[in-house]
Design a protein around this ligand. Structure first.
Ligand code: GTP
Ligand code: MG
Length: 238
C-alpha cells in the first residue's frame, strides 16, 4: 500500500500545530506519518510536537537549530521522511487538511506525479487574504502562466503532494514561497505530470503571518518571486 509523509514546516505555530497534526492523521486514507520541521520557534511549538511524538510513532519532530527558512525546512522534511508520496502545507489551517486525500488520490488513482492544491481552478477560491495580497498573488500567477503555461494556475500554491521519485531529479531552491514556482516550472519541463486539485484558502486560524501584513512586506517578498520568474524564463529553456 502506498505510504504518505506529510511535512509540516513551522515557525511559531504553537496553537495550530497540535490540532493540525491530529486533523492530518484523522483525515488520512493511506498509512501516514507526519514530519514537523520546526526552526526553534520561541513560542514553544516544538515542545508540543515533542509531546505528541513521544506518544505516537507516526509523529516525528525535526527540531532545527542550525538552519532556518521555509524552503530548506521542506527540503529537510522530504529528505528525512520515508513515504512513497510526500505532502506539505502551511501549518496555519489556511489549507484544509481534509483536502490531503484528494491530492494523494490524484497521484494514486489518476497517475499524476505532482498534485497542486489550487485556489485558481473551478471549485477553489481564496477568501483568507486581503485584496492587496490577492492582487499580488494573481499578478505573479498571471505572469507565470503567460510565460510557463496555464497547465498550472496556482504557481505559488505551497500545498503540494508529489511522488518521492520527483526529488531525485529536482532539488528545492529559493528562500520562501518562490521555491514553488521554480519546482512547478522545472517539473513540467522535465515531463512530470502535474495536475491541480481545488481547495478553499481561508484565513490563518491563530498566530501571525510570516509573509507580512503591509505593502512593504509584499514588495520585499515580491522581488524574489519576480527574480525567480525572470531566471526561469531566461536561463532554463527546455
Ligand atoms: N520551519 C520553518 N517554517 C516556516 C518559516 N517561515 C514560515 N514557516 C512556516 O511556513 C508556513 C507559511 O507561513 P505563513 O506565515 O502562513 O505564510 P504564508 O502562508 O506564505 O503567508 P500568509 O498568507 O500571510 O499566511 C507556516 O506553516 C509557517 O509556520 C521558517 O523560517 N522555518
Ligand atoms: Mg499562511
Amino acid at each position: 500500500m502506498t505510504t504518505v509523509s506529510v511535512i509540516l514546516p513551522t515557525y511559531n505555530e504553537k496553537d495550530n500545530i497540535t490540532p493540525l497534526v491530529e486533523a492530518v492523521l484523522r483525515s488520512s486514507q493511506h498509512p501516514t506519518s507526519v514530519w514537523v520541521v520546526d526552526d526553534d520557534s520561541p513560542d514553544g511549538t516544538w515542545q508540543r510536537v515533542a509531546e505528541m511524538a513521544a506518544h505516537d510513532p507516526r509523529v516525528h519532530l525535526i527540531h532545527r537549530t542550525d538552519a532556518k527558512g521555509l524552503t530548506s525546512a521542506i527540503a529537510r522534511g522530504i529528505r528525512d521522511s520515508d513515504g512513497d508520496i510526500v505532502v506539505w502545507m502551511d501549518c496555519d489551517f489556511s489549507m484544509p487538511p481534509e483536502r490531503i486525500p484528494a491530492l494523494v488520490n490524484a497521484i494514486v488513482r489518476e497517475s499524476a506525479d505532482i498534485a497542486v492544491g489550487s485556489r485558481y481552478v473551478a471549485g477553489g477560491a481564496d477568501v483568507g487574504h486581503s485584496l492587496m495580497a490577492q492582487a499580488f498573488s494573481r499578478t505573479i500567477n498571471l505572469a507565470a502562466g503567460l510565460l510557463f503555461g496555464f497547465g498550472v494556475h496556482d504557481y505559488t500554491s505551497g500545498f503540494i503532494a508529489a511522488r518521492r521519485v520527483v526529488f531525485e531529479r529536482i532539488e528545492l531552491t529559493g528562500d520562501y514561497g518562490e521555491y514553488c514556482i521554480d519546482l512547478l516550472v522545472r517539473s513540467q519541463r522535465q515531463g512530470w505530470r502535474v495536475v491541480e486539485v481545488p481547495y478553499l484558502c481561508v484565513e490563518r486560524q491563530s498566530g501571525q503571518s510570516k509573509t507580512g501584513v503591509n505593502a512593504m512586506d509584499y514588495i520585499r517578498r515580491g522581488r524574489h518571486y519576480v527574480t525567480t520568474i525572470g531566471r526561469l524564463a531566461l536561463h532554463h529553456r527546455p
